[in-house]
Ligand binder design. Structure first.
Ligand code: PPY
Length: 435
């Protein structure tokens, strides 16, 4: 068995070992440094040391095991020989922890705006920056919600509404209401139980959870936590390596996932400056080379490139080469219904229909990808019009379903989407609070 002293000798980019997890296992990550979606800097900070405290909050427990080749798994280390990594608690962090302690009871949080306010108060700065940031000037992010403000009701009167049933079917599966939980990466940044909270909440309230490719629990853990018969969907980032993509799809199908949502709005990661800025600030704290700081401020140096990484920009997870012929291939490898997530104009919705897909999510990725894309609710209106006119469809339509996400904050927003022809909207879940 390795000793902490031995591990500590591998503390550089030439030879970088880290200890991860309760099992006290040692990994040689030297060759992985440049591939790490979060950048090499953060790993090097823990070179030769126990990296668990940094690793745990954002990675599925099995990520390191599955991503590193077997020969880089160096085996266990004797825990009592490992030097403790002291994490200094700053005054700001102490204040934050106090806010976490005193957070309002769930019943006191009346709406999603309140949720957002509380989330901002209690999340670590990095987590808030990640979850709340959107592309460039965040015009689309604001427009997503603002677009709902332009839609008004024409209520009819004297209808018997003693009993109202808003349960529905989404892709043929029962849902207690016309919303589902959409995919969002890195759930553990928001709460230690991350996506598992969402799995439990979905079961409790009879709605469907879409499991993200970039979840912070492993796919199997999230499926294992579902109740018998609980319906789950899977969101796929199409890996450049199509064998990885194939494995994910096959795994999803084998575990009983009921639909495959392929993200199509992310040829590369949007420029999310709120997140970038924070990382640059952190880099500046850690660098002693003033020239780097200046270059970073100018946005031209390696520091800037590095800076974009910890708000993850996995170059292999997103493939700028993804195109329609891949969708045809996905149809050939799975029986799951395929829905494109991130359709932004009627022409592509018609193409999806013509390709025999099961539907589209009219979405601009919460405004996190291309600023100045239009809101999903606006795109919904044109898609319904042209699918009716040019393909003779009626809405809502069981065979080809339209979903909307972005800017949904209230049941009235969902009602607007449904009234305009959507099957369901995505309610934005910003924070997980155990009920
Ligand atoms: C997002 O942050 O908007 C995501 O969808 C997650 C993500 C994270 C890293 C790379 C690509 C997508």
């Amino acid at each position: 068995m390795l000793s902490g002293k031995e591990v500590a000798q591998h503390d550089s980019k030439e030879s970088c070992w880290i200890i991860v997890h309760g099992e006290w296992h040692v990994y040689d990550v030297t060759e992985f440094l440049d591939e790490h979606p979060g950048g090499s800097k953060i790993i090097l900070k823990y070179a030769g040391k126990d990296a668990t405290a940094e690793y745990d909050p954002i990675h599925p427990p099995d990520a390191i095991k599955t991503n590193l080749p077997k020969e880089k798994h160096l085996g266990p280390v004797q825990p009592d020989t490992v030097e403790k990594v002291e994490v200094e608690t700053t005054d700001e962090e102490k204040a934050r922890l106090e806010r976490v302690e005193n957070k309002p009871a769930l019943a006191e949080i009346l709406n999603l705006h309140d949720f957002e306010y509380v989330a901002r108060q209690i999340m670590p700065e990095k987590a808030w920056a990640y979850f709340s940031s959107a592309a460039e000037d965040e015009i689309t992010m604001r427009e997503n919600h603002a677009a709902f403000h332009r839609i008004w009701f024409r209520p009819r009167i004297l209808r018997d509404v003693t009993n109202v049933d808003y349960s529905t079917k989404i892709l043929g599966h029962n849902s207690s209401m016309p919303i589902y939980i959409s995919a969002a990466a890195l759930g553990k940044l928001g709460h230690p139980d991350g996506e598992l909270n969402l799995t439990r909440a979905a079961a409790k309230h009879g709605i469907i959870q879409m499991i993200p490719t970039l979840a912070s629990f492993s796919f199997d853990e999230i499926v294992d936590n579902a109740q018998p018969g609980q319906v789950q969907f899977f969101q796929l980032y199409v890996n450049k390596n199509r064998e990885v993509a194939r494995r994910l799809v096959e795994q999803a199908e084998a575990r009983g996932i009921k639909a495959l949502f392929i993200t199509v709005d992310s040829a590369q990661l949007g420029r999310r400056e709120k997140a970038l800025q924070l990382i640059q600030d952190m880099n500046q704290e850690h660098t002693s080379d003033p020239s780097k700081v200046t270059k970073a401020q100018l946005g031209t140096s390696n520091v800037t490139q590095e800076a974009s990484k910890p708000m993850p920009a996995p170059s292999t997870v997103l493939d700028p080469g993804l195109c329609w012929k891949d969708i045809v291939w996905f149809k050939s490898i799975t029986k799951m219904p395929i829905i494109l997530k991130g359709v932004q104009c009627w022409e592509d919705a018609l193409e999806a229909y013509d390709q025999g897909l099961a539907g589209c999510v009219l979405s601009n990725h919460g405004g996190r990808q291309l600023d100045f894309s239009r809101s999903g609710i606006e795109v919904l209106a044109e898609c319904v019009k042209y699918l009716k006119e040019k393909r003779g469809l009626t809405f809502p339509n069981e065979k080809f379903q339209l979903f909307v996400d972005g800017g949904v904050r209230r049941a009235t927003d969902v009602l607007k989407a449904v009234a305009l022809g959507a099957t369901a909207g995505k309610l934005c879940v910003k924070i997980n609070i155990n009920t």
